[in-house]
Design a protein around this ligand. Structure first.
Ligand code: ADP
Length: 477
């Protein structure tokens, strides 16, 4: 049994902006079930929705600031969550990274430096929490300083740094580094310095005892210039201490047999019932109700990473085919406008909801026939996992976690019943269009389609398997 401090800037269901929160809200549960003593550490944001008791555990002074550590639990579990309470930084409205108007917090560096410093105090058992970690498991740039700060302690727990997305790095000026009052010995290119700036993510990559990413393919990709954002050389240098462990999903929340958020539950054996959800989806999106026309769904942050430009270009040709397209997402305003315009031009086929809506996400997963995820890069991706569980076949680009979790439909994989979706290679609208057309052809063969749905629905995406891999890794550190 290991004592693990799991450091994350977001944890579902307390607060979520993306996949990191899903991981931080479910991996610790599986680790605890497998006998590990795990504590989550996160900031106490003004926007957190508490469902469990929250109480103060202790107070400490750091950097001339008085901070409190609060304690709560993950819902329906014994897993303890410790929260850094410092309203001056975290009490305002907005999400962990941006204010309520969507602008990045101007003091992000200060916020996550304080967060990292307190994580170090807990890890080193220098608080009244009276708990000594064996392993500190950090996630993404917001906790990248933790392995760096721990690396200069004379004795310390082992550190693991998990990269959920290389695209977000926490890069700040040298001046900011000085203002943060960080140890001067961390200002060098073996630690935080990155081409004259300070990089939080580099702290994790350079100083942690081991590095993981959230899929094996992404672990290889980030060692190349195309995906490495200038850190590919360092990642390649550390390839012996770098591997990928694919994320699982919350099988309770995303379960078509029990999902309370969908109009009609169903299973691989009762797939006919899925059509009730399709009708409800078409109704919700004000599209003609038609059981036969294939519905393609997409749920995503609207950012370049997700290949939304390819989708926009591809839709202009796709409207010539019998199909409907529904999208839920928000983000880049230009992408939002282009998509909305397309829906005005083709109201019978394209319908767009701008926003963030978990209930609607469940309806889309359950009611669509196909799910589109043409990401330019994808560290793991969750929606293609959810959609397979819901018998909604994913169309994905051959990258990162998409490559590791979706099996393309070709003669061989149809024969051995492993095919679960449609995979394309080139990040072009043409390649995407060809693959959507290929999927639409298969859709017309209802017997083959049923089989593909069954193949997808029976795949094991539980956290158990991945959690065991993390434990094996912890044991080697
Ligand atoms: P990323 O972390 O890059 O955003 P992932 O696929 O790993 O992408 O995880 C995204 C998570 O956020 C999924 O659980 C997805 O369903 C959810 N999500 C993204 N956008 C929305 C939205 N507009 N409404 C509801 N859920 C969303």
């Amino acid at each position: 049994m290991k004592k693990i401090l799991f450091v994350s800037s977001e944890v579902h269901p307390l607060i979520k902006t993306g996949g990191l929160a899903d991981v931080a809200g479910s991996l610790p549960l599986s680790l605890a079930e497998l006998g590990q003593d795990i504590r989550i550490f996160m900031p106490n944001y003004g926007a957190i929705k508490y469902t469990q008791d929250v109480h103060k555990k202790c107070t400490l002074q750091i950097d001339n600031r008085t901070v409190h550590i609060l304690e709560t639990r993950l819902p329906d579990s014994e897993v303890l969550v410790w929260l850094l309470d410092y309203p001056g930084f975290f009490g305002d409205k907005g999400n962990p990274y941006t204010d309520e108007y969507g602008h990045p917090w101007i003091n992000s560096a200060e916020r996550f430096t304080l967060f990292s410093r307190i994580a170090v105090e807990i890890a080193q058992n220098r608080t009244e929490l009276d708990w000594q970690a064996d392993i500190v498991h950090c996630n993404d740039w917001q906790s990248g300083l933790v392995p760096a700060l721990l690396s200069i302690e004379p004795t310390r727990p082992a550190t693991l740094f998990t990269i959920h997305n290389m695209a977000y790095q926490g890069i700040f000026s040298q001046e900011t580094f000085q203002q943060l009052n960080l140890p001067g010995e961390l200002w060098n290119h073996h630690a935080l310095e990155f081409y004259g700036s300070m990089s939080f993510i580099k702290g994790g990559i350079a100083c942690a005892d081991h590095i993981t990413t959230v899929s094996p393919t992404y672990a290889l990709e980030i060692q190349t210039p195309e995906y490495g954002y200038g850190l590919d050389g360092l990642l390649f240098h550390r390839h012996n201490e770098l591997n990928g462990i694919i994320n699982g999903i919350d099988l309770e929340q995303w379960n078509p047999e029990k999902d309370p958020r969908i109009p009609q539950t169903y299973s691989a054996g009762r797939l006919g019932k899925k059509s009730v959800n399709k009708a409800a989806l078409q109704q919700h999106f004000s599209l003609p109700e038609d059981a036969d026309i294939p519905v393609i769904g997409l749920i995503s942050r609207l950012v370049d990473q997700k290949g939304i430009n390819l989708v926009i270009e591809c839709l202009e040709s796709l409207v010539d085919y019998p199909m409907q397209f529904v999208l839920l997402g928000s983000g880049n305003k230009e992408l939002e406008h282009s998509l909305t315009n397309l829906s005005y031009l083709h109201p019978e086929q394209i319908s767009i909801k701008i926003g963030y809506d978990e209930d609607l996400a469940h309806l889309i997963e359950s009611g669509s026939d196909l799910f589109l995820m043409p990401s330019l890069f994808e560290p793991c991706g969750l929606n293609q996992l959810y959609s397979q569980r819901y018998g909604t076949l994913p169309i994905v680009r051959n990258t990162g976690g998409l490559a590791d979790s979706v099996v393309d439909t070709i003669a061989e994989t149809v024969a051995d019943k492993t095919a679960t979706g449609f995979v394309f290679q080139e990040a072009t609208a043409g390649a995407l269009l060809e693959t959507v057309k290929r999927a639409l052809l298969v859709y017309d063969n209802s017997k083959m389609w049923r089989q593909l749905q069954k193949n997808a629905m029976k795949k094991d995406f539980s956290w158990q398997k991945s959690a065991k891999e993390y434990i094996e890794l912890y044991n080697t550190l």
